[in-house]
Ligand binder design. Structure first.
Ligand SMILES: C[S@@+](CC[C@H](N)C(=O)[O-])C[C@H]1O[C@@H](n2cnc3c(N)ncnc32)[C@H](O)[C@@H]1O
Length: 295
């Protein structure tokens, strides 16, 4: 194998091992905030399912499903005649998704630990696919989209949800820049591969969808304000489940990490409103279809 390809593959594997460890650690926190996440993402999630073509009886692939908040919504939509496969890189978060599906009484939900860039599912075995706030964490999102394309039957649809540009997601920008500053690390290109905002550059995700072979590619931008009672509720969410920020602060001693949290709190206070706390976000929902006659 060519040595630069070899280096890239090894780099990606190391990146994913670190990503898996981060999400294993953050899994319980993400799951504990499922109700807040549902409230925040309820409307964009409905739009994502519509754009992917999820309907009663569909077989749906849910990539980077986390603890399965959207998986359960999809399971409800497809009904017992349908099927949902929830996949994720982190075994700890997949175990939580499985518990949640069992608790909800959904026997048509299956869970599997799988790297989104190598799903290991049979060719053309799903009617629709979704990936909510996951694709931006892939070191090679084009490979992730090629896997989804392969997994869909010809004519099947996909919709992904990612964060848009930094200025439209100011709280994420504040968290990241403050964490990097306190960790003594240089500012990062927000669009670099595998980061929170890596697919937010205008036109980037559409180009990836087309390169993966999808037709009828279209992106919409949706506002999704995170409404919480106070800035401290937002910080509690971030401190228990925002794995990219936790990873950066993990290199600091306790006092230095507290100094970073305290500066974040101060900067995030500016989003306090008469209704509590309202953190603006903008999401990109991108849909595409595997063309008919491609097997
Ligand atoms: C922000 S969480 C979103 C979880 C869920 N989709 C939701 O919206 O509640 C991101 C998820 O992406 C998963 N992830 C990151 N890289 C991945 C990869 N290469 N393959 C599969 N899952 C991945 C993480 O383990 C984590 O569960």
């Amino acid at each position: 194998m060519n040595s630069s390809i070899d280096d890239r593959i090894h780099g990606n594997q190391a990146f994913k091992a670190s990503m898996r460890a981060q999400w294993d650690t953050a899994a319980a926190g993400w799951n504990a905030h499922a109700a807040d996440i549902r409230h925040w993402l309820h409307k964009p999630t409905d739009a994502m399912c519509r754009m992917a073509g999820v309907r009663r009886g569909s077989r749906v692939l849910d990539v980077a499903a986390g603890s399965g908040e959207q998986t359960l919504a999809i399971a409800q939509q497809v009904g017992a005649q349908g099927h949902v496969l929830a996949t994720d890189l982190s075994p700890v978060i997949v175990a939580l998704a499985q518990d949640n599906a069992i608790r909800a009484g959904f026997t048509h939900v299956e869970t599997r630990v799988a790297d989104g860039e190598d799903l290991g599912v049979p060719e053309a075995s799903f009617d629709a696919a979704v990936c909510r706030l996951g694709l931006m964490f892939f070191p090679d999102p084009l490979q992730g989209l090629r896997e989804i394309h392969r997994a869909l039957r010809p004519g099947g649809g996909v919709c992904t949800m990612v964060f848009s540009r930094p200025e439209k997601n100011p709280c994420l920008t504040i968290l990241m820049s403050t964490a990097l500053k306190h960790a003594g690390l240089p500012a990062r290109d927000p669009f670099s591969a595998g980061g929170l905002l890596s697919l937010g550059q205008p036109g980037r995700i559409d180009a990836l969808f087309r390169s993966a072979g999808f037709h009828e590619v279209a992106t919409i931008a949706l506002e999704a304000v995170f409404h919480l009672p106070s800035v401290d509720h937002y910080l509690a969410f971030v401190r228990s489940s925002a794995s990219p920020i936790l990873q950066i602060l993990g290199r600091l001693d306790a006092a230095s990490a507290e100094a970073a949290w305290s500066e974040m709190r101060e900067r995030l206070m500016s989003f306090t409103s008469h209704e509590g706390w309202e953190g603006p976000n903008e999401l990109l929902l991108t849909a595409g279809r595997r063309p008919e006659g491609t097997t």
